[in-house]
Write a protein that binds this ligand. Structure first.
Ligand code: SF4
Length: 192
């Protein structure tokens, strides 16, 4: 019974926080899906800036994602580039205007509120929410969009003294830069 009640409290807190986030996304001059796509593109690594990956992240249909991206390109916030290795594939990049728009990110209040919490509380929240997400994804089969350090395909440089030797991605067979490792990836899968 105690667990049940704790779960209900957690559920209510998550739902309330989620509603505040949804509400703040309506507050500025872009549609919520457009803000979320901009935020995603700012956080996604170079392998993950495709229309398909945006759709998977937003859990949106192909049509909705297409309309969202058309609007962002029309507003000059995002540009499409052909992938250098696969000309049929499109890579999405934030423009200077897109980056400026994100400096007015409607979630900045939430970010500031989280940053003001004591370090220990932030760490506990991070761990708890990451665990919750992991369990949810195991149940629903969604994409994790995590970082390299927690990915089953991450191959750490085993020569810590040799900083010139980069980490590797065992799936994509490429060397990973610090920038790749600090961003989220559509191909990420949790290590067992
Ligand atoms: S190691 Fe995992 S998260 Fe990193 S680039 Fe490869 S697939 Fe993506």
């Amino acid at each position: 019974m105690a667990n049940q009640s704790a779960d209900m409290t957690l559920l209510a807190l998550l739902e309330r926080t989620s509603r505040l986030i949804q509400g703040s996304l309506h507050a500025k001059n872009l549609a919520p899906a457009q803000w979320l796509a901009l935020q995603y593109l700012a956080r996604a690594n170079r392998f993950s800036r495709t229309p398909t990956a945006v759709g998977l992240y937003l859990e949106a249909t192909k049509g909705t994602v297409s309309q969202t991206l058309i609007a962002l390109v029309r507003k000059g916030l995002v540009r499409k580039e052909c992938d250098r290795t696969d000309r049929r594939s499109v890579s999405l990049q934030l423009t200077g205007r897109g980056k400026t728009a994100l400096s007015r990110d409607p979630l900045s209040d939430l970010s500031a509120a989280a940053a003001a919490l004591p370090r220990q509380t932030q760490d506990s929240l991070n761990r708890g929410l990451a665990d919750l997400l992991k369990v949810m994804l195991a149940r629903t089969g969604g994409h994790s969009f995590g970082q390299c350090s927690t990915c089953r395909y991450f191959q750490r440089n085993r020569e810590p003294d040799d900083q010139r030797r980069p980490h590797q991605c065992g799936l994509l067979k490429v060397a990973l830069s610090d920038d790749d490792g600090s961003k989220i990836c559509v191909e990420h899968q949790y290590a067992a």
